[in-house]
Design a protein around this ligand. Structure first.
Ligand SMILES: [Zn+2]
Length: 310
């Protein structure tokens, strides 16, 4: 009987911990891709006004030619003249190649090159680069609301290995989640001072407007940043972002069509500012109805031409 009770206890423990693992996965999915991605099936009625713009942009596998143009806002725009980030660079490797999201404004590529170089100075071997934008920017079929104008990049919290990874490793390698299962703090088994150096290095780049990290990471940065805190205001809490951080760079000079987002307040965002994020209702929000997807009519007029061009 006692053995049966012990077995039951073990069973409950396993069930609970797998529920926690599942929840962690849901807050920050970095799903594996495919080595042979299937092209999306053609749309029945691509010109219908109700067609979600993401369906159109996801079907474009090449950039719109010409000079670089980030058009519209980070959450409602598109991209012309995009350039790809090479999948292997001197200080980075692109992950999840099947997604074809390693495109950006040339200024974003310059930033990543610079960041990878500077990160070496804080003992970060190299960047694992996640999503940037699609070849023509625009909304995506999965995961992001922003990343639409080639000025956003996700960088993994896991350092680059010492070898050039195979396609398999890039598609199926798992990310490192630096947040504890209860989401109240970082996971001391994974979080290191080098992670702080990495985020600080990105924040200190003058092109960077804001960085999004999980609230537990922001809490750790507030506690562990030390005396130099001038960069902390750029690092803002957001849900998810436990396996990667999101870096947003400013509209490049001279890009008249780019709609800037208001910069974060110049306060460090520590203390009371963080309380909201650790409330039960924020950590476990009730299910909400998803917003209807953007249509082309809700994007700048130029985006219609850009996505419809062959
Ligand atoms: Zn992102």
């Amino acid at each position: 009987m006692r053995a049966a009770a012990r077995l039951l206890a073990v069973f409950i423990l396993v069930a609970v911990s797998s529920a926690v693992a599942q929840e962690k996965h849901l807050i920050d999915p970095t799903p594996p891709g495919s080595l042979n991605p299937e092209p999306l099936p053609p749309l029945q009625n691509p010109d219908a006004p109700s067609t979600p713009a993401k369906e159109l942009f996801a079907r474009k596998s090449t950039p719109f030619p010409g000079p670089p143009r980030s058009i519209g806002g980070y959450f409602d725009g598109c991209l012309a003249g995009a350039v790809p980030l090479p999948i292997t660079g001197p200080g980075w490797q692109v992950m999840r190649l099947s997604r074809n999201r390693n495109w950006g404004n040339p200024q974003l590529v310059r930033f990543i090159e610079r960041f990878a170089e500077n990160a070496k100075k804080v003992d970060w071997n190299g960047l694992l680069v996640g999503d940037m934008s699609q070849p023509r920017g625009g909304p995506m079929l999965s995961e992001h609301k922003s990343h639409q104008i080639g000025l956003d990049v996700d960088v993994w919290f896991k350092p680059m290995p010492d070898h050039v990874q195979s396609r398999e490793e890039r598609e199926f390698g798992s990310a490192a989640d630096v947040v504890a299962p209860d989401q109240l703090d970082v996971d001391p088994e994974v979080w290191t001072p080098r992670h702080i150096g990495l985020i600080r290095t990105a924040a200190q780049d003058s092109a960077v407007v804001r960085i999004l990290v999980n609230p537990a990471i922001k809490k750790a940065l507030c506690r562990e940043a030390g005396a130099d805190r001038a960069w902390l205001f750029k690092v803002r809490p957001w849900s998810g972002h436990a396996e990667h951080f999101h870096v947003q760079i400013a509209c490049p000079a001279g890009s008249a069509e780019c709609k800037p987002q208001a910069p974060p307040r110049r306060s460090d965002g520590c203390g009371h500012d963080l309380e909201f994020w650790f409330k039960e209702s924020t950590l476990h929000p009730p299910p909400s109805k998803p917003k209807p997807p953007l249509t082309l009519a809700e994007l700048p007029t130029a985006c219609k031409h850009i996505v419809k061009a062959p």
